[in-house]
Write a protein that binds this ligand. Structure first.
Ligand SMILES: [Zn+2]
Length: 84
């Protein structure tokens, strides 16, 4: 059992360079990893690291648009309530 360097979660792995730990990094911290972990991840995931990153980039772009849309909606509603 090792502790994740990025979220302090306990990972069922024998060290910081074993596949179990690297899988966790690739799934949960594709943008957070430092240079050394990124090297290990590239070996472990090969091209999938870029894929994992682009997926979570798309995901955050979607989250931001939804948040902006709801903020805009709430603002519009407030204007109607106050001035309508
Ligand atoms: Zn973690």
């Amino acid at each position: 059992m090792v502790e994740c360097k990025y979220c302090n979660q306990d990972i069922d792995a024998d060290g910081h360079d074993v596949p179990e730990y690297l899988d966790h990094l690739g799934e949960c911290h594709p943008h957070d990893v430092g240079r050394i972990d990124e090297q290990r991840l590239r070996i472990q995931w090969e091209g999938d690291l870029d894929e994992a990153r682009s997926v979570s980039y798309r995901w955050s772009a979607l989250t931001i648009s939804v948040a902006a849309a709801s903020a805009f909606f709430v603002f519009g509603l407030a204007v109607v309530v106050l001035f309508g």
